[in-house]
Design a protein around this ligand. Structure first.
Ligand code: C5P
Length: 230
């Protein structure tokens, strides 16, 4: 089993704050830039991180008409990011536009882990147990690299798509609370179930001592004989 990628979510509004976080986790190289930071620092900030030798997961969760998504993905790929996201619920034609160009892998968001049963019901969506496999199969058929999914869905996805890249947020360990996630899981347990990529934000970045929390996580994985991230 390969050691998983560990994407630390830089959920801050400015490049300066992002750089301060990156310094705290030195020499970690895998970071996630989401909508907030992308809106705050712009694509040139992403390019700068890539030029510094960081691996960037640009998590913009695209969901638009197929042409717009296709053209936007081309711009994203020019930035040299390693991984990016689209919503599988954008549909088959939109996913057709996610042709892999260069080294940027595209994974599909199935169902946001923040959506609980009540909210899904309000939206008129079927239960995640039925919806996630359906969306995962669509992403697989369209040649994407994998999916973003909650830890509880890993097993089902692995069974229907054994080679999928499975990107898992909503991870907590120790005494961390769930924040706005409907369900959370321990990162080592998620990895053992088959997650290839772990996304961790607040448990590290908002920890009282982020560096200590990062090292504790590394030790936790090493005790179980696997390194995490790079
Ligand atoms: O660990 P924490 O809860 O802070 O991580 C939140 C991060 O995970 C955010 O960057 C959020 O965008 C991301 N996320 C995701 N997909 C989900 C749920 C959260 O990428 N389904």
């Amino acid at each position: 089993m390969h050691s998983p990628n560990l994407w630390i979510a830089l959920d801050v509004p400015t490049q300066k704050e992002a750089e301060a976080l990156i310094d705290q986790f030195h020499p970690h190289r895998q970071f996630k830039v989401g909508l907030e930071l992308f809106a705050g620092m712009g694509p040139q900030g992403v390019r700068r991180f890539v030029d510094q030798g960081l691996q960037i997961f640009l998590d913009l969760k695209l969901h638009d008409i197929p042409t717009t998504v296709g053209r936007t993905l081309q711009q994203i790929q020019h930035l040299g990011v390693s991984l990016t996201t689209v919503h599988a619920s954008g549909g088959a034609s939109m996913l057709d536009e996610t042709v892999q160009i260069g080294d940027t892998a595209v994974v599909a968001v199935t169902v946001l882990t923040s959506l609980g049963t009540l909210e899904l019901d309000q939206l008129g969506w079927i239960s995640p147990g039925d919806l996630v496999p359906r969306l995962a199969r669509l992403a697989q058929a369209k040649g994407l690299s994998g999916v973003v999914a909650s830890a509880s869905e890993i097993d089902g996805i692995k069974r229907l798509w054994p080679r999928a890249r499975i990107v898992v947020p909503g991870l907590r360990w120790g005494s961390g609370g769930a924040d706005d996630h409907a369900s959370v899981m321990d990162p080592y347990q998620a990895y053992k179930l088959g997650a290839t990529d772990l996304v961790i934000g607040r448990s590290l970045t908002r920890a009282p001592d982020p560096r200590w929390a990062y090292e504790a996580l590394q030790s936790y994985f090493k005790e179980n004989s696997d390194a995490v991230g790079s």
